[in-house]
Design a protein around this ligand. Sequence first.
Ligand code: ADQ
Length: 455
Amino acid sequence: MSRLVVVSNRVAPIQEGEATAGGLAAGVLDALKQKGGLWFGWSGEISDSSEPKPERNVGPITLFTIDLSRQDYDEFYRGFANGTLWPVLHYQIGLGRFEWPEFAGYRRVNDLFAASLTPLILPGDLIWVHDYHLLCLAEQLRTRGLSNRIGLFLHTPFPAPGVFMTIPSHAELIRSMCAYDLLGFQTEIDRTAFIDYVVRHADGVPAEPDGAVSVFGRIVRTGVYPIGVHVDEVRAQAEAPVNRRQATRMRANLMEQLILSVDRLDYSKGLRQRFAAFERFLAEFPARHGLVTFMQIAPPSRSDIETYQRIRRELEGEAGRINGRFAEVDWVPLRYLNRSFARNVLMPLYAEAQACLVTPLRDGMNLVAKEYVAAQDPQEPGVLILSQFAGAARELDAALLVNPYDQAGMAQAMERALSMPVEERQERHQAMLTVMRKNSLEQWRDRFEADLRCG
Ligand code: ADQ
């Protein structure tokens, strides 16, 4: 069987025997562990060396990494990928900026990846590329003569054409994306938005079979592959006795009811709106005072980008203000923790929380929502309050769905979650688990790989 080659911006710093990581890394590791293969990407280091680092083997996986120069990092990573693409892909046009030299830097780094990767590729290798950093990679690999099957999975949303077209280089990006054989999206909404762009603005014609489009003289296939979680593994971590003891200790310091949120500190996650909704909840439901704690866990990410520094400052101010307004000598309503936790701490904490607030303004999927559901005790499950704009809402429609821009609606949902009878909680939880078992992480990986292999 052909070898699997995974390419992502970062190669996770994995070690032999390490506990499973979250999200992209978990999915990629899973795919590679089973059959072995190669994982290529940025080392995470900045240097002037253009030489690939020595390869490293972790079990059946061979890791190849390269460094980026300061200029590459500034133009590609901080610049076009995270300063332009990320906000636009999440519908935050006002937070995006655009500079042609940064776009040139983005293309240059995609080409650098292609140049370092090409000598490692054997005929018949399947190349699975991940995410918005590498939209131009297939085109650059083709220019270097590779004819292997190459697929891209986009972990973020793909926005409506009118939003995507606010990027001045949108046409070049779409042309580059169409050099892939298979484009995978998290939801049908994202896939449809992409096809819409290609048909209306690039003279594409829908082709057989479903989801394929004929454009720029070739056929590009598209599909929907919602990423999932290992349901049983999450539950086992939540229940493990050593983990539970720790969670119970943490729990003992909190009030009777816990509302939990866990995110990377990112403006797309809707934290500011969520804090405002919690403040509204406190104002409207005084009977809950002294009984409820809202815990927001949000480790800083991309902290050398201005928009990220700003949201961090704003949240610190808001957390202090809300606590100043409502706290009592023996009660602090909002706990804001700027750090990350190991999964064996996080999963039992999910199990302890009566409600989980997952209210991004936009999200490709959102794995926290799925992890929370998987971690619950089926007899006594907590309630998921989920943004209608998270990809996960397509599958988890048994959650309490909210509009993250509607403070009053979110405050109502918190009250409803905390007073929901156990029968209703069980019913909703069961419905979500059923969907999640069907769309597990294994399914995501197997379906994408099979479609790439046999297209
Ligand atoms: P992210 O935007 O990073 O991922 P998400 O899907 O929520 O968001 O995944 C985060 C992962 O990191 C989860 O597994 C979570 O447990 C972990 N995590 C988050 N905060 C943590 C903390 N404080 N401590 C420890 N672990 C923490 C991108 C897209 C998403 C998409 C994923 C996967 O933006 O929409 O769901 O990729 O495709």
